[in-house]
Design a protein around this ligand. Structure first.
Ligand code: NAD
Length: 492
C-alpha cells in the first residue's frame, strides 16, 4: 500500500482558469439625471446640489442625481400623509395585497434588466444581483403580499393598526433588496412610505418607481427622495413622520436616534456588524471553506452580517488556512458584468480608501497579509483583492472594527468556551456562523453567541420568512417574517 500523502497542487493557480469573457448582454437604458418620485410624479428637483452616480468598476459617471432639500422632503411626506389618510388606510387589506403582488411579479418580469442596472451602479457581480438581490427582493414582496389580509394573525387576540407615514433610509450594499425589505412590510401593514436610497446607488430604486407606475400604485403610497446625509436627516426628523426605519452604519444610527429622541416616532435600526465564523475541527472542512468565503468575499465583504472574523480550532488551523487560500486563489476578480466574476468592485473610491486604510492598519499592528485570486486586480475601477490577515489579536483594530470590505481576520481557539468568548468579544451582535458535525456542540455554541442571527453549517443564507436583525450596537428591530411586520404596526 502506498502510504505517501498525495502531493498537493501548487497554491498559485493564476492563469490556470482562463475563461472566455461572458458578459451579461441585457441592455439597460439609464436616464441622464435621476430626480425624485413624489405623489406619483417624477420630480426633477433643484439642480444646485446635483451629484454623479458612478460605475465603480470603471470610475466613470453613469448619470446625475438630484439631492432633495427640506422643502422637497416636506412635499414627499405630505404626499405620503395624504395617500395614507385618503387611500391606503381606507383600502381593503386584500386590495393592498394585490398591489404588493403586482410589484413582486413586475420585479420578476424585469429581473434581468434590474440585475444589470444594480451591477453597474453598485459594482457587485452579476452572478449575485441575478441570483440573490433581485430574486430575494421579489420574494419579499410576494411574502408580505400574503400578510396584507392576515394581519390579525400577526398578534393573535390583539387588534393591530398601521402607524402612518414611514421614513426609510437605506445603504448602498443591497440597494434594491434593502428597499424591498423596507417597503414590502410597511405597505402590507397599511403604512405609506418615503424612502431615501444611498447617494451612490439611486438607480434600481428609481426603476422600482417605474414599476409602481406600471402597476398603478396609487400616488403618494411610496415616494422616493434622492440625496445624501442631509436629505436623510431632513426626512427622519420631519415632524409628520410616524416611523423611522434605518439601515446603515452604527455611527449614523446613533445620530438619528439622538435626533428623534423625545418625539412620537417609532424606530428600527439595522446597523453594522463584525460577524464570527467559528470552525471546529470536526466540521466538514471543504464545506466550511465555501461558507467562510461566502461569508466574507461574497459582495466584496459589503455585507453587514459578513463573517469578517474567522475563529478556527487550533488543531486544524494550518490545514484549514491552506484549503482556504487554495480555494480563494481560484476566485475571479474583475468586470462585475461578466458571468464568471466572483469578486466585483468596491462601491466607491471612498469605501476603497477605507478598506485599504484598514489593511494598512492591520499590517502596522502586526498582521500577516495574504491576498490572492485567479486573476490580477483590474487597473481601472475600485477593486480590492480578497485579503486574509493572520497573526492578529483580539485587541487589533481589524478584529474590532467593521471594515466592510473583503478582509478576513483569522484567530484560533482551543475549546468551545474560548470560541464563544472570542466571538462575543465585540460591541456588535448581528450574525455568526458555527461549523461542526456534532449537533449538541452546534446548539450549545449557537445559543451562547450574542448575535441576532446564527447560521449552522452555512453563512449568509436569507429567506423572507426568517427574521433578520441585530442586538447590542448592531441595532434593534427585525426585518423578514412576521417579526418584520411588527415594527410597522401598533398593537392594541
Ligand atoms: P451610512 O450609515 O453611511 O449611510 C446609510 C444611509 O444613511 C445612506 O442613505 C446615507 O445617505 C444616510 N445618511 C447619512 N447620514 C445621515 C443622517 N445624518 N441622517 C439620516 N440619514 C443619513 O452607511 P453606508 O456606508 O451606506 O452602509 C454601510 C453600513 O450599513 C455598514 O455599517 C453596514 O453594516 C450597514 N448595514 C446594515 C444592515 C443590517 O441589516 N443591519 C444591512 C446593510 C448595511
Amino acid at each position: 500500500m502506498n502510504k505517501t500523502a498525495p502531493k498537493k497542487p501548487e497554491l498559485q493557480l493564476q492563469g490556470a482558469l482562463d475563461l472566455s469573457p461572458s458578459p451579461e448582454s441585457c441592455p439597460v437604458t439609464f436616464r441622464e439625471r435621476y430626480g425624485h418620485f413624489i405623489d406619483g410624479k417624477r420630480v426633477a428637483g433643484k439642480d444646485a446640489d446635483d451629484f454623479d452616480t458612478l460605475n465603480p468598476a470603471t470610475g466613470q459617471p453613469i448619470a446625475r442625481v438630484a439631492a432633495a432639500d427640506a422643502t422637497e422632503v416636506d412635499k414627499a411626506v405630505k404626499a405620503a400623509r395624504k395617500a395614507y389618510d385618503k387611500v391606503w388606510s381606507k383600502m381593503s387589506p386584500a386590495d393592498r395585497g394585490k398591489y404588493i403582488y403586482r410589484i413582486a411579479r413586475r420585479l420578476q418580469e424585469r429581473s434581468r434588466e434590474l440585475a444589470v442596472a444594480e451591477t453597474i451602479d453598485n459594482g457587485k457581480p452579476i452572478r449575485e444581483t441575478r441570483d440573490v438581490d433581485v430574486p430575494l427582493a421579489a420574494q419579499h414582496f410576494f411574502y408580505y403580499a400574503g400578510w396584507a389580509d392576515k394581519l390579525q394573525y400577526a398578534a393573535p387576540g390583539r387588534d393591530v393598526r398601521p402607524l402612518g407615514v414611514a421614513a426609510q433610509v437605506i445603504p448602498w450594499n443591497f440597494p434594491l433588496l434593502m428597499a424591498a425589505w423596507k417597503i414590502a412590510p410597511a405597505l402590507a401593514a397599511g403604512n405609506t412610505v418615503v424612502i431615501k436610497p444611498a447617494e451612490t446607488t439611486p438607480i434600481t430604486v428609481t426603476m422600482l418607481t417605474e414599476i409602481f407606475e406600471e402597476i398603478d400604485l396609487p400616488p403618494g403610497v411610496v415616494n422616493v427622495v434622492n440625496g445624501a446625509g442631509a436629505t436623510g436627516a431632513a426626512l427622519v426628523t420631519h415632524p409628520d413622520v410616524d416611523k423611522v426605519a434605518f439601515t446603515g452604519s452604527t455611527g449614523v444610527g446613533r445620530i438619528i436616534m439622538r435626533a428623534i429622541a423625545g418625539t412620537k416616532k417609532k424606530a428600527t435600526m439595522e446597523l453594522g456588524g463584525k460577524g464570527a465564523n467559528i470552525v471546529f475541527a470536526d466540521a466538514a472542512l471543504d464545506q466550511a471553506v465555501e461558507g467562510v468565503i461566502n461569508g466574507i468575499f461574497f459582495n466584496q465583504g459589503h455585507v453587514c452580517c459578513a463573517g469578517s472574523r474567522l475563529l478556527v480550532e487550533e488543531s486544524i488551523a494550518a490545514d484549514f488556512l491552506d484549503r482556504l487560500r487554495r480555494r480563494v486563489s481560484t476566485l475571479r476578480i474583475g468586470n462585475p458584468l461578466d458571468k464568471n466574476t466572483d469578486i466585483g468592485a468596491i462601491n466607491s473610491a471612498e469605501q476603497l480608501a477605507t478598506v485599504e486604510r484598514y489593511i494598512a492598519i492591520g499590517q502596522r499592528e502586526g498582521a500577516e497579509l495574504w491576498q490572492g485570486a485567479a486573476c490580477a486586480r483590474p487597473d481601472a475601477g475600485y477593486f480590492v483583492m480578497p485579503t486574509i490577515l493572520t497573526g492578529v489579536q483580539q485587541s487589533d483594530t481589524v478584529v474590532r472594527e467593521e471594515i466592510f470590505g473583503p478582509v478576513l481576520s483569522v484567530l484560533t481557539f482551543r475549546t468551545p468556551d474560548e470560541a464563544v468568548k472570542k466571538a462575543n468579544d465585540t460591541e456588535y451582535g448581528l450574525a455568526a456562523g458555527v461549523w461542526t458535525e456534532k449537533t449538541s456542540k452546534l446548539f450549545d455554541v449557537a445559543h451562547r453567541l450574542n448575535a441576532g442571527v446564527v447560521w449552522a453549517n452555512g453563512y449568509n443564507l436569507f429567506d423572507p420568512a426568517s427574521p433578520f436583525g441585530g442586538i447590542r450596537h448592531s441595532g434593534f428591530g427585525r426585518e423578514g417574517g412576521p417579526a418584520g411586520l411588527m415594527p410597522y404596526l401598533e398593537v392594541r
